[in-house]
Design a protein around this ligand. Structure first.
Ligand SMILES: O=C(O)C1=C[C@@H](OP(=O)(O)O)[C@@H](O)[C@H](O)C1
Ligand SMILES: C=C(OP(=O)(O)O)C(=O)O
Length: 414
């Protein structure tokens, strides 16, 4: 199925209730389980990724499918390793291409027995859960922080706790801080110095927890604000002092002319214009924002140079390649060193406004959400497989209709 998009200019104030953060929701679900909490989580995400986590935790089966949810796959691998029994954990076809060896090796060193059912180093996994024994572990900090978050969350519940030494650069660091802060809320203190994180053995205390609204989802609203100067957008539910590193979106978009004002009534975005000629940023701490910024910069005619993108190749799709391919359809010629950067020097081809442009989404929610606002410049825009957005932001299409972004459903053969 495809959506044919259209944009009708809307001026003035709009108000959007943002979705809950799936990163926080999935951590809270695991911490709830580890603390045997009787409490319900408030503002829990209704995303596919959180439904996947909830489905496994509430299941009576021994075989679980988490679909495309990276956090669920990684967090549950650690969790099931310490639950006595034999479990099978699998996911979508893309999940079977996303590496998990670093985490499996670490858990096996702690006494778990995890086997690969298909390809060495990748899901699906057969997990023989047992009482794990903690101690010291060394593991790379530069592949996915989700492996480290998974180990940290189970650490207090295993004998002797854990002392993790991270080698290489630490990527996605704010997600580790989020994990440790939520563990602290549940009564477990940790210690982090340089590249060593220590979590003592201890007990989680159940508590009533509330998930924050999602700053990554807010990024698409910053993009809309940057492209629609006549709009004033009130985003409801965001926290100014947030556990989410993606709250840095406000600083990034300040450079692109979007001003953020916090008040008790919400987070207000307004477009005050920019004199910036170019945008340069290292995304090592906020990898999920790269697609929003790449599309925005092109549409605003701001050449850019992004670094710190080394993890983008192993996410829902190879996001660097996906961005290059799809922006090329609009005439923007991007380049990469094929390792960790992406840039656009302003070079573009004129594209006929008669011909439809079909944006492939590669089963990646962020491709659909970052590209849809582009209809404002490319009126013949179609988004393929538009419902991928349910991975993190199920109400995306209804919400953006408030800003004048309408869609019409087209059936395709597949
Ligand atoms: O821990 C988390 O909730 C996440 C960590 C990041 O992944 P990596 O650590 O693999 O970069 C991020 O991209 C993902 O969307 C969510
Ligand atoms: C990378 C993402 O998710 P995950 O790794 O949890 O599948 C994302 O939501 O952009």
């Amino acid at each position: 199925m495809q959506y044919k998009l259209a944009h009708n200019k809307v001026s003035g104030d709009i108000q959007i209730q943002l979705p809950s953060s799936k990163s926080i929701s999935n951590r809270l679900l695991l911490l709830n389980a580890l603390s045997y909490s009787p409490y319900e989580i408030k503002n829990l995400s209704d995303s596919d990724d959180t439904k996947a986590m909830l489905g496994v935790l509430n299941s009576n089966s021994t075989t679980f499918d988490v679909g495309a949810a990276g956090t669920s796959m990684r967090f549950l691998t650690a969790f099931l390793s310490k639950i006595v029994g034999e479990w099978v954990l699998t996911g979508s076809s893309r999940m079977k291409e996303r590496p998990i060896k670093t985490l499996v090796d670490a858990l096996n060193q702690l006494g778990a027995k995890i086997e690969y059912i298909e390809k060495e180093g990748y899901p699906p996994l057969r997990i023989f859960g047992s009482n794990l024994e903690g101690g010291e572990l060394e593991l790379p900090g530069n592949v996915s922080s989700q492996y480290i978050s998974a180990l940290l969350m189970i650490a207090p519940t295993i004998e002797n706790g854990l002392k993790l030494t991270l080698t290489g650069d630490i990527i996605s660091l704010p997600y580790l801080e989020m994990t440790l802060a939520l563990m602290k809320d549940f009564g477990v203190e940790s210690h982090w110095k340089d590249n060593v994180i220590t979590v003592p053995e201890g007990h989680y205390q159940p508590k009533v927890a509330t998930a924050e609204s999602d700053w990554s989802a807010a990024s698409y609203w910053y993009e809309i604000a940057a492209l629609n100067p006549e709009l004033s957008i009130n985003l409801k539910g965001l926290k100014k002092i947030s556990l989410q590193g993606d709250s840095n979106i406000k600083a990034m978009f300040e450079v692109l002319g979007v001003k953020t004002k916090f008040s008790q009534k919400g987070t207000f975005l307004s477009n005050i214009g920019t004199k910036a000629k170019k945008f340069t940023y290292n995304f090592i701490n906020e990898p999920d924002l790269a697609q929003t910024l790449a599309v925005t910069c092109c549409l605003m005619d701001k050449p850019f140079h992004f670094t710190g993108l080394q993890t983008l190749k192993i996410k829902e799709t190879d996001r660097i390649t996906a961005l290059i391919n799809e922006l090329k359809k609009m005439g923007y010629k991007l380049s990469t060193n094929d390792v960790d950067d992406l840039s656009w020097n302003g070079e573009k081809e004129t594209i006929s406004s008669e011909e439809p442009i079909v944006i492939d989404t590669y089963k990646d929610h962020r491709m659909a959400m970052a590209f849809a606002p582009a209809v404002i410049k490319f009126p013949n825009l179609l988004i393929d497989n538009p419902m991928v957005i349910t991975k993190s932001y199920p109400n995306y299409w209804q919400d953006i209709a408030q800003a004048g972004y309408e869609h019409q459903e087209l059936q395709t053969k597949d």
